[in-house]
Design a protein around this ligand. Structure first.
Ligand code: KIV
Ligand code: NA
Length: 276
């Protein structure tokens, strides 16, 4: 194994090797995914939903992101570690954006940060890159804008929207982004964008022609029951495994089958006698 760096992003794209990215939010999961060989891990602000039980990502704070990114960092050896900038940590002004991006790198040791938005993020992306921090852009269905969109809806379906997305993808590339996440856009539009860009596109709900794919780990291993979007493929049913294990555990405790002799520690007879 070899540590994946920002320059690998373009090399993967140049030789047509797809980038495999997953989200991770804690040490033990990050270690499993890194050991399995994932190219990149994203500490997504989706942790607001998967780990903290919020309705959307808007309540996630810098402190939340730093806390989880630190944990993921300790479990990550080879994957390129991207941390999301949470809502309102980069919108107010460029100075705050650079300071907060710097905290994710300095305090939590992220390799790169991710920001949502197109034209409005161009100056911010430039400033963060100027501060020597790689930036992943995020276009299409950007969940921090849920209240502007009026819900989680596929983006870029009509000609105006599709052209705007292409132009914004070129703009964030020009601003210095090292990759761009495309979320919930038609696959044919994602193909056009992927062909026009030099930097890799990483799709989620954007079809097979992106240069890489990302999914939320809980979704792809089937341990998040509340809601499964159309674009998710369940590669395992870990939630059912956990439920079955916990039911068996409860049953064995009630029946006395667990713990067995093999799980317990011995005490010599002569010591025991003196205890009575
Ligand atoms: O927060 C997140 O998990 C993300 C990915 C879905 C791209 O931003
Ligand atoms: Na996110």
């Amino acid at each position: 194994d070899k540590k994946f760096t920002v320059s690998d992003f373009r090399e993967f794209k140049a030789r047509g090797e797809k980038i495999a990215m997953l989200t991770a939010y804690d040490y033990s999961m990050a270690k499993l995914l890194d050991d399995a060989g994932v190219d990149s891990l994203l500490v997504g602000d989706s942790l607001g939903m998967t780990m903290l039980g919020y309705e959307n990502t808007l309540q996630v704070t810098m402190e939340d992101m730093i806390h989880h990114t630190k944990a993921v960092r300790r479990g990550t050896k080879n994957a390129f570690l991207v941390a999301d900038m949470p809502y309102l940590s980069y919108e107010i002004n460029v100075e705050e954006a650079v300071r907060n991006a710097g905290r994710l790198v300095r305090e939590a040791q992220a390799d790169a940060v991710k920001v949502e938005g197109g034209y409005e993020m161009v100056e911010t992306i430039k400033a963060i890159v100027r501060a020597k921090i790689p930036v992943v852009a995020h276009l299409g269905l950007t969940p921090q804008s849920v209240n502007i969109f009026g819900g989680f809806k596929v983006q870029g379906k009509n000609l105006d929207q599709a052209q705007k997305l292409i132009e914004e993808a070129l703009a964030v590339q020009e601003a210095g982004a090292c990759a761009v996440v495309l979320e919930c856009i038609p696959s044919r539009l994602a193909k056009v964008i992927s062909e026009k860009l030099e930097i890799p596109t990483i799709g989620i709900g954007a079809g097979a022609d992106c240069d890489g794919q990302v999914l939320v780990i809980q979704d792809m291993i089937g341990m998040f029951k509340t809601f499964t979007p159309k674009f998710v493929k369940k590669f395992a049913s870990v939630g059912e495994e956990i439920e079955a294990a916990v039911e068996a555990y409860i049953t064995e405790i009630k029946s006395g089958a667990f713990p067995g002799p093999e799980h317990t520690f011995k005490l010599a007879d002569e010591v025991l006698e003196k205890l009575y």
